[in-house]
Ligand binder design. Sequence first.
Ligand code: SF4
Ligand code: SF4
Ligand code: SF4
Length: 398
Amino acid sequence: MAQQEKSEIYEQLAEKMSNWPIRSPLSKELRKILETLYTPEEAEILLVFNGPYVDQFTAEKIARKVKRPLEEIEPILENMTRTQRIFSLEKNEIRTYSLFPLISGLFEFFFANYKRAEAEEGETLKIFAKEFEKYYNKGFVAEIGSSTSPMMRVIPDQKVIDDSIERGEGKVIEVNEEITDQVKHDILPFEQVKLFIENVRSIAVMDCACRTHMRINNNGEPVNAYPIESVCMMFGTWADYCVQQGFARALTKEEALETLKRAAKAGLVHTTQNMTDKITFICNCDRDCCVLLRGLTKFKNPNAFAKSNFVPDWKKDDCIFCEKCVELCPMYAIQHHFGHEKDKSDEEIMINYDFCIGCGVCAYNCQKGAITMVKKYAIIPPEKPLDSAKEFVEGRIH
Ligand code: SF4
Ligand code: SF4
Ligand code: SF4
């Protein structure tokens, strides 16, 4: 294959992968990632897809489209599946294949299964990590946060919502109840993480791709003390895929709730898709590594993700100024004002509501109950995946 032909194949592949709400425009970093991950032959086969996930083709169909024998195509597809370069699922004994977008797909699953990549292709893993970080910092982060209707949102831990319900601060609205303007201020089903867990068919947990990616870029040393193993939860078809591929393990509903508790205790923020129905994952994210949270913590982009409808409320009488909330707030939105008066009467915990994302990490970890979460906003996310994608595209500001 001529050099120019090869080059064009990667350009076309980047274009196909970009046919997705979070676009991944070609740059020298993305080209390097694609050239490292896909041989020209593999990249050419992937051009049969119109865009990520939109087509799910069998090996036979792909072979027909590229006009090559099935015996040649199938092993190539299987190898790309095994190494998290394409999405594939077996359902009713029929295996289909799809193209991954850069996120959510290629990045998450390649790094979540870093143990395989480290054992088999350590250099590829390093190049992907290094080039992705450059690509992200230069501009991909802006693509993730390019819409006033973000693709992801923060969801506070169930415990702080239950505490709020117990204090009688919000009437709980049942799953099938109509959401009128009047009830928007009550506690709605999409705000209760336990309802998603109760209603999903299957759950799986895998390692955190973002903290793994940063660890690889940091010569193998974790950049912070947040847990990496078994923190990222997938649901339904996604859970099936991760378990079938062997880099995630199935969880019971009880184990899933325990995973969320463990994450909240560690100071991690639950994030999920910005929609009310059929979410497919819940991530547990940190301020230093997460491709979502860094959009705000590092790049100050208010469109990086949607905040929750809750805000923390601090009560001085219950506070012992232990500073746990100051230490854990992922947005550095809490400070301890030490006080100027001798009797410390003006000592306080100051919350900067401009930076607060309503994650509830402070309230969850306050042993004295001096911080509670109260519902302040009444923003309802789009309902289904297609609505969320449509609103993201319509809300694009660049
Ligand atoms: S989005 Fe969050 S949990 Fe998911 S991989 Fe990134 S930091 Fe980890
Ligand atoms: S964690 Fe609670 S008790 Fe400790 S400083 Fe914060 S509000 Fe006060
Ligand atoms: S103050 Fe910090 S920890 Fe508390 S809800 Fe806001 S962002 Fe989360």
